[in-house]
Design a protein around this ligand. Sequence first.
Ligand code: ADP
Length: 485
Amino acid sequence: MALDTALTREAVFIDGSWSAADGGGTIEVTNPATGGVIGTVPNCGRAETERAIAAAYKAFPGWKALTAEQRGTLMHKLCDEIMANLDGLTRLLTLEMGKPMAEARGEISLGVKYIRFFAEEAKRVYGDVIPSPWGDRRIIVTKEPVGVVGSITPWNFPNSMIARKLGAALAAGCPMVIKPSELTPYSALAYGVMAGKVGFPKGVINILTGDAAEIGAEMCENPVLRKITFTGSTRVGKLLAGNAGKHMKKISMELGGNAPFIVFDDADLDKAVEGAIASKFRNSGQTCVCANRIYVQHGVYDAFAEKLKAAVEAQLKPGNGLDDGVTQGPLINEAAVSKVEAHVSDALGKGAHLKTGGRRITGAGTFFEPTIVTGATGDMKVAHEETFGPLAALFRFTDEQEAITLANSTEYGLACYFYTQDLGRTFRVMENLEYGLVGVNEGVITTEVAPFGGVKDSGLGNEGSKYGLDDYLNIKYSCIGGLGF
Ligand code: ADP
């Protein structure tokens, strides 16, 4: 299937214009469901990034001077345009990333909700008047946009990862330079097409593709860019945070996870299975909040394993995301398939049992069977590393304290989930899990109205909600004297 040319650009968007890379270099983009090349995008480096940052800086005074309502009106127009193009954007996303069309549609619709939420929330960027300790002075606290923001996003949510950042930045009054993953650039570039159409001022939204290390280095070192917002691996996040720190820039980091999913003896097992399917196999296991370690209490271990196997075999259908009825798209590339394969063989080699799946799917594209292993233990790779693929590894535990200890025994702290019907246990476990996001009897909890962010090696800052907007604002304290009191 060809790219939808109305929404697609094989060029980068800087200062309201489309251009090639300075050296003319390009990067090929493939469809992971077929392995076929679907197009190319410019391979930009530092010089183009510097120009994009300069354009954003030029646009900053005008953009921040607009009222919240004026910025919000343009943001709502962008959302209307996205929804008017929902079918085309959905196909584009599925073509470059592979996820089933229903999931792609859901992702884009959720992205729109983030942008609309922030468009309204901008009207509520309240300051403070603090009771003054001096009779003749007044203390006023205001919030101001941080300035030009650089955004670096991954391939697993090519549309909504940008929406979450762009919505908050625009609402706060910050222009943005966006660098999507080179694996899924078209959903990002489509924002440029639509932003141009609805009349965003030049330079407020800039989007460029290319050499990630060079673009990242320019964002970290260019003094005009004041904040970096990143979603991706902990390795790259730490690199960027370190470099941004040298220039004292604000950062928001949404990094890796290793989510525990705990099923207690008193859980509603059918609900737990439903949640595990959603949490583990959504996006073929390629989300940073996917369940990675499924801990099941010994009393329900066998029953849960049987029910999960039945559900996986009945409900999950791998295939090209463009085809009807497919629930499991391809993994993003060969390296992703090899990683799942390595985790499965490591687990089986260390005594786990294969319950279903276990193999790559041969033929075109990069597919792996939805897989369950039982008898997983702490010495296996899957216990320590995010598989980022469709492997459900079932660990056994005995009591509540053991479950909490096991769940916390990781350097990550993004999402965790647990299933219980006991109220006391709900609070005990919820408060003792060292995570930023907790799903209690729920496997999918992301919403634009709630904060999304991790602790420990999973990152810093939040996206969504009023807290997500705060990440794009500086606090200014003004002390006003000479008032004649
Ligand atoms: P993932 O494993 O999810 O692809 P990465 O952290 O490798 O995670 O990629 C997330 C984003 O970070 C992508 O846009 C990628 O191009 C970008 N990226 C990778 N390496 C660097 C780097 N050295 N500097 C800046 N961005 C990078």
